[in-house]
Structures are given as structure tokens and as C-alpha cells.
Design a binder for this molecule. Sequence first.
Ligand SMILES: [Zn+2]
Ligand SMILES: [Zn+2]
Ligand SMILES: [Zn+2]
Length: 398
Amino acid sequence: MMSWLKDNVTEPVMSSMAGIFAPRNSLSITNSKGLLNAPGENNCFLNSAVQVLWHLDVFRRSFRQLSGHACMGNSCIFCALKVIFTQFQYSDETALPPDALRKALAETFEDQQRFQLGFMDDAAECFESILLRIHYHIANEVKEDMCNAKHCISHQKFAMTVVEQCMCGCGATSEPLPFTQMVHYVSVTAMIAQGKEMLEKTKKPYPEMFGQLLKNAGGVGDLRNCPSNCGERVQIRRMLMNSPEIVSLGLVWDTDQPTVEHIMDVINCLGTTIRLVDVFHSVVDDSAAGKVLHLVGVVTYYGKHYSTFFFHTRLKTWIYFDDATVKEIGSKWKDVVEKCRKGHYQPLLLLFADHFGSPVNTETAPTETTMLPGYTHGEGTQLPRVERRPSGGWSISF
Ligand SMILES: [Zn+2]
Ligand SMILES: [Zn+2]
Ligand SMILES: [Zn+2]
């Protein structure tokens, strides 16, 4: 076990009383820190992805238990994420530099010219890419599409294993097409159209509506010819094979400068809970059948800039992260909506989480760190060491 992990403490358990008496704007107890973004760095897409990962309890608690991995030295996203998570937990600073992770990301994706230093990139793709890299570092012997490693946070907690199939009324069925997705994308145009259509029928919104809306919007424009060519056009059916604890929903816009009305049309479609049985045509895993996921995070976009809202589980309040700036917004979803309306923020990535989610089982996790061929331990790639200062607080050394 890495030396720093031995000192690692569990999250401070706050009594509900402490929550009540905590000063309203004191964020020191929440471990909610900002992330730096100096002019020209264009870190905001990465900062949003990191805030999401840190604030997702299941991810944070799972990642904390893992240390052994296949390492890529200076380009190692696993190590770089460890560095920033350690700082989130122990640093006295209110805003932290994401530099190590920014560099590791740029080096890892240099061949594809994605996430390069100084350039703006996509927050949802960055989030998805980090999850896939985590898989690579801790379960690289298993192929991404068939990963069932118990300790793989990405595939155990986030991945949706879906089988697509056409089933025609004439009885013909197409070959089932299985695939794995980390983010479920949906077009906002299809969502708004479906929302209007559904409301016309039911007259008023109902709790399951948003999940069903996602299912319907996912099928818009996706009619296929009957597999045995009976002449019918058939809706594709999507079956969920597993039971993810976090569902990441990517909203696809056709403009990056929508009117406030358009933004509000989209936001008014959104629900704060989804049931997996509503989002997919059917679910196979028993535990998916009754699962309700709750909206806990939103990455938004305005004026070539990403910022993030996250619901803090212990404080029971929404917090807004805009790079180094961290603000409490309020306890209600409508407080977030109001902020989006005023700031013209487009919701781009929504995170839904299971309140009963648990960390991964680490029995199968690698116990040692091995260097991948062609990589060496470089400066600053060692996992940070955390020590309690005699004077109180923590010191972190790299
Ligand atoms: Zn590493
Ligand atoms: Zn995996
Ligand atoms: Zn047919």
C-alpha cells in the first residue's frame, strides 16, 4: 500500500447538528475548493470535469481506496488525479492548480490532438475520457467493452451496457447490437419536441415524465427498416443490461448562443429524478428495475466558458463552481434554475446518482504500481505524502 494511503483518514463525519450551526457561507468544512484557471490556460473544461468527479460520492470514495495501477509517469492521469484529490482533502488553499492533471491529459491525448495545453476543449468529453483512462490504468488487461472488473469504478458505477435491437410487429427482429456508453447523449431539440407532445396528452407533468422523455427523445429520427423488409419502419429498442449507480446525461445543442427562452425551454424539460426503467425500453438487471437516480450535478456553458453546479450531500445545498470561485446557491433545484436563467447558462452534462451507491469492491484491484513500458518515474509523479502537522492541519509533500 502506498505510504500516503496509510495516513488517509475517512471523510470527517459531520453530525447533523454541525450542519445546522455551520455559518452559511463557510465552505472550509465542505472540502469544496476552487480550481485555478489563469488567463490563456483555458482550464475550465477540465476544472468542471474534476469538480464533478470529486463531488460524486461514489467516485471519490472508490478512488480513494485504489492505489496500485499501471503507471505512465508524468503522463499518468491516475497519479495526477490522486494529486488533486489529495489537495482537495488536505490543502489549506481555497483554490488549487489543476496543472499536473492538465499536463497528463495533454500528454496522454497528444496523438489525437485533444485536450492540449492552452486550448479549450469539451467538458463532457473530458469527463468521459478521464473515466476511460481510469479503466485503462487499473484494469488494462480487460477490454473496455467487456470490462467486468469489480474494482473498475468506471465500468462498475458509470458505464451503461446497452443492447439495441429492432423488433417489428411482423415478428422480425434484428441482430442485437451491444455497446457500452459512459455518457447518454440526447438532443435538446428532440427533448423539447417530445416534451410538448407528452404534455399535450397528459396536460400536466408527472414524476416519471423526464425519464420517459429521454427514452422518446432518444428514438426521434431513429426509425429503421424492418429487418425482414415487410415495409414497416421500426423504432429501435434499447435494453439496459446492467445497473449503473451514476447516469451521466449529455445534452446536445445545435447552437452555443441560444436565447434565454430556448435555455429555459430545455431546463423546463429537465426532471430531478430518473428511473432506469423509464429511460430504457427494458432493464435486465433486477437491481436496475427499482432504481431511482437523483440529479446531483450540472455542468453548464456560457460564452466559451464552463462552470458547474453540484449538490453537496452533507450540506444539502447546491454549490456553484466557476474555476477558483465557489459559492453556495441554495438548497432547491429552482435556485440553480434561476442562476442559469440570469447567467444564460446552457446545461450540457447532467449527473444523476443513486443515494444508496457504495464504493467499488477492491478485492480484485492491483496491489502494486507497475510502470508501463516506455515510461519512467519522473519528477512529481510520486503520489503525494500527507502528514499531520504538530501545529494542527495537514502538510502535503510530493
Ligand atoms: Zn501513475
Ligand atoms: Zn473497466
Ligand atoms: Zn416487419
